[in-house]
Ligand binder design. Structure first.
Ligand SMILES: [Zn+2]
Length: 487
């Protein structure tokens, strides 16, 4: 949902967006899961991938590419990439010993800190590994990676950036990029008993996805058609792979580096970690059918600061949706369009040319600047809060002006026209603000204002004040979002 909102925002801002998501499908964890289920890994992956594809469809996620790393075009690109890295003399044979978490597919640094050798994320026992693997010369890129992670724009949020700087400052160690005991993976060329370490192959998905549906799908095609990425949005637990290992691999292959890596937090439920054993996992299908996607999007995007952990609380969720969307934004539009229809012959009123009430106009101009500034720096929660703040301000304006009292005196008619026009025009801007975050709600607002979004002029220009057409017809009001009830 975060990625989808960013992608929608960038498209509205006129950028050519390639929004990639997908699944990495190789490795020991998947091999074992398939074997426990008694199916071959490919069928297992087909089933899981399909769940994701169906889910994103149901939630109206607007990705342009869905990468599956078990696809043949991806395999070819991994081979191409590997040959570049090999040419840079960054591959050698060595022995890998250490404690490994199959869940993370990662060797752990300090298992001795935990008496039972357990993965702090998965709470499962680590496994001792000792095998001959191919290694990647990560240590060779120490200085370049240090410089990179110290760039203030590269890693977000700040607390995660410090963790990575700290990790890199301790000295980078070469890491193994092949396995001899994992058959479910991409075979290393000329080394039949080795498959690529899942991360070495998975990270390439960002690149292979770009040209996946082109006729001459290749590394070069991907590089020429969109690489490097402007942003990788990932979970905080895989930041090290994206901010350290991946850039070094790219440097070795002579490729450009992604501009930013943003690690988002984890979601808990009612203050507790979600897990199968606790039986408290949030079911996306249930959320969707029960509350609808706009409600869930608003809660997750507005109430959780990107980069921090978030908590899903049912009461808070219901309160926020009812308060923000139904009462504050929905009601504002409803009551104003009702007044307008009643007093101005079912139309948007005419603005008096002599009006000097530009309070909401000035406020709106300020809000546009703030909203764009927050969205550009990926502070979606702050952008969403600007919308809410704006709506609260408009409600206050309306309550102070009290047009329902003014209208009783005939001489006040032009004053009332101006007030109602200002409020309706502000709700148009709110609708546009909501477009990347809550596209369906935004479209409902548009319908209520008489379908006034203009395809022919850019979204940024539409944010200018005064585009709501005076004396245009208003359709009969209907609620733009339903109120929710407690469970
Ligand atoms: Zn783990």
């Amino acid at each position: 949902m975060i990625c989808d909102s960013i992608a929608r925002y960038k498209r509205l801002s006129g950028e050519n967006v390639i929004f990639i998501t997908g699944v990495d499908e190789h490795g020991l964890k998947i091999q074992r899961t398939a074997s426990h289920k008694g199916v071959d890994p490919q069928s297992h992956c087909d089933e899981i991938s399909n769940i994701f594809i169906q889910n994103w469809k149901a939630w109206d996620i607007t990705h342009n590419k869905f990468i599956r790393t078990s696809s043949q075009n991806h395999e070819l690109m991994v081979h191409e990439f590997y040959s570049r890295v090999k040419k840079s003399d960054d591959i050698y044979m060595g022995v890998q010993k250490g404690w490994y978490c199959v869940g993370c597919e990662e060797f752990k640094d300090n298992p001795d800190n935990s008496p039972k050798h357990k993965c702090p994320i998965h709470q499962k026992n680590l496994e001792w590994k000792n095998e001959e693997n191919l290694f990647f010369r990560l240590s060779k890129y120490q200085l370049q990676i240090e410089e990179l992670v110290n760039k203030p724009s590269f890693i977000q949020p700040i607390q995660r950036r410090n963790e990575i700087i700290n990790f890199v400052s301790k000295g980078l160690k070469d890491f193994s990029i092949s396995r001899t005991n994992v058959s479910w993976g991409i075979t290393v060329p000329e080394m039949d008993n080795h498959t690529f370490y899942v991360w070495f192959d998975a990270l390439l998905g960002y690149v292979s996805a770009i040209s996946s549906d082109m006729k001459d799908s290749s590394l070069e095609e991907s590089i020429n058609n969109g690489w490097p990425a402007d942003i990788h949005l990932i979970g905080k637990d895989i930041l090290r792979f994206h901010a350290v290992y991946w850039p070094a691999m790219l440097l070795s292959a002579g490729m450009k580096l992604p501009k930013k890596v943003l690690g988002h937090g984890f979601l808990t439920r009612e203050g507790q970690k979600m897990g199968k054993s606790l039986g408290n996992v949030l079911d996306p299908n249930l959320l969707l059918t029960k509350y609808g996607k706009e409600a869930v999007r608003w809660y997750l995007l507005k109430d959780i600061s990107l980069g921090s952990d978030g908590d899903f609380q049912n009461r808070r969720f219901v309160d926020i949706i009812n308060n923000d969307l139904a009462n504050t934004i929905g009601n504002l539009l409803n009551r104003t369009s009702s007044m307008s229809r009643k007093w101005f012959n079912n139309m948007v009123p005419k603005m008096e040319p002599s009006s000097n009430d530009n309070y909401l106009e000035l406020y709106s101009t300020k809000k546009v600047k703030k909203y764009i500034k927050h969205f550009d720096s990926y502070e979606l929660d702050l952008a969403a809060n600007e919308i809410l703040d704006f709506a609260i301000k408009i409600n206050l304006y309306l309550n102070e002006k009290q047009p329902w009292i003014l209208i009783k005196e005939k001489t006040n008619i032009s004053n009332v026209s101006n007030i109602i026009y200002n409020v309706l025009e502000s709700t148009r801007i709110i609708g546009l603000f909501l477009l990347p975050l809550l596209p369906d709600l935004s479209k409902n607002i548009d319908l209520q204002l008489g379908s006034i979004y203009k395809k022919e002029i850019s979204w940024n220009e539409q944010l200018n004040w005064g585009l709501l057409k005076q004396e245009s017809l208003l359709p009969p009001p209907s609620p733009i979002i339903n109120k929710l009830e407690y469970d």
